[in-house]
Ligand binder design. Structure first.
Ligand code: PGA
Length: 246
């Protein structure tokens, strides 16, 4: 079994001093497990100086263009030059608040890979789609669109995060049966698309109200190869407990 990966997504939280204190606290609590912290852009270089090799850094977004006159944007090349290793792509908050389409997500995935970043590709259905029972088709489409033109040799660098929108920031984690069903479905779709050997290289993780209290249970599912953690990644103690449960 692959080593599980626990990824914290701070979103738009923390002033600089809070970010520094968090990383210092996290380092004190961590064992040997590797973990990823997706911090806001302005803190990436500072965080790079503070972390050790138990913590990898990620960005929360990347521009869909390579470089040039795109005021306010951050390119994959810039992230690479900072030593960033991961980038979240297609988070539902980006899709919802900033109108990111599947095509944009795909371009971002390709640019991330070109610049040696591991894309954490987020997909997830909303409540209406879940209740109408058409969520699996929707998820399949999001998944396959994100992986369009991805070279098979890059698949080992890709992570898929299943994040049901109705579970994000709501305190309402999907139940284990729901998570198991979707993860198995996504793995099967990846096998159909890329073949078993290639599909096995892609880690499928869960996100949506992951808390320390349910982490052991969540990680006991072999289909769950890690977690993307939002609000619980803002508390170093709780985040450490999640990492230790992995
Ligand atoms: P949450 O966020 O853990 O606060 O639900 C997860 C995410 O948005 O990645």
């Amino acid at each position: 079994m692959k080593k599980k990966i626990v990824i914290g997504n701070w979103k738009m939280n923390f002033q600089m001093d809070e970010a520094i204190n968090f990383i210092i606290d996290l380092k004190e609590g961590l064992g040997d497990c590797t973990t990823v912290l997706c911090v806001p852009f302005p803190y990436l270089s500072l965080a790079q100086e503070l972390v050790d090799d138990r913590i990898a850094l990620g960005a929360q977004n990347v521009c869909q263009f390579e470089k040039g006159a795109y005021t306010g944007e951050i390119s994959a090349g810039m992230l690479q030059s900072l030593g960033t290793e991961y980038v979240i792509v297609g988070h539902s908050e980006r899709r919802g608040f900033f109108n990111e389409t599947d095509a944009m997500v795909n371009t971002k995935v390709l640019l991330a890979l070109k610049h040696d970043l591991c894309p954490i590709i987020c997909i997830g259905e909303n409540l209406a789609q879940r209740e109408n029972n058409d969520f699996l088709n929707f998820l399949k489409n999001q998944l396959l669109e994100a992986f369009k033109n991805v070279d098979t040799q890059d698949l080992a660098s890709c992570i898929v995060a299943y994040e049901p929108i109705w579970a994000i920031g709501t305190g309402k984690q999907a139940n284990l049966a729901q998570i198991k069903e979707v993860h198995a479905f996504l793995k099967n779709e990846l096998i159909v698309a890329f073949g078993e050997l290639n599909a096995e290289k892609i880690q499928i993780i869960y996100g949506g109200s992951v808390k320390a209290a349910q982490a052991k249970e969540l990680f006991s599912l072999p289909e769950v190869e890690g977690a993307l953690v939002g609000s619980a990644s803002l508390d170093a103690k709780e985040f450490t407990q999640i990492i230790k449960a992995s």
